[in-house]
Design a protein around this ligand. Structure first.
Ligand SMILES: [Zn+2]
Length: 68
C-alpha cells in the first residue's frame, strides 16, 4: 500500500464521516444552541457531534448519572 493510496483512503473516510454527520443533522433535527436545563451555550463541536442534543455536556452527564 503506497502513500497515495493511504491519502485517498483517508480522504474518502473523512468524506463519509462528514456525510454521516450531515445526514444525522438532517434527520434528527437541529441541536439546541443553549442548554435546555441551565441555559449555557452548547459548544458547536458538541452540537455537530450529537445532532438534536438539547443539553450541555455538564447537564447531560448529570442526567446520565441520575439514570443509573
Ligand atoms: Zn446545561
Amino acid at each position: 500500500m503506497d502513500e497515495r493510496f493511504i491519502e485517498l483512503a483517508e480522504a474518502a473516510q473523512a468524506e463519509a464521516l462528514q456525510r454521516a454527520i450531515d445526514n444525522r443533522v438532517r434527520y434528527q433535527g437541529e441541536s439546541a444552541e443553549d442548554c435546555d436545563s441551565c441555559g449555557d451555550e452548547i459548544p458547536e463541536a458538541r452540537r455537530l457531534a450529537v445532532p438534536g442534543c438539547r443539553l450541555c455536556v455538564d447537564c447531560q452527564v448529570l442526567l446520565e448519572v441520575q439514570r443509573v
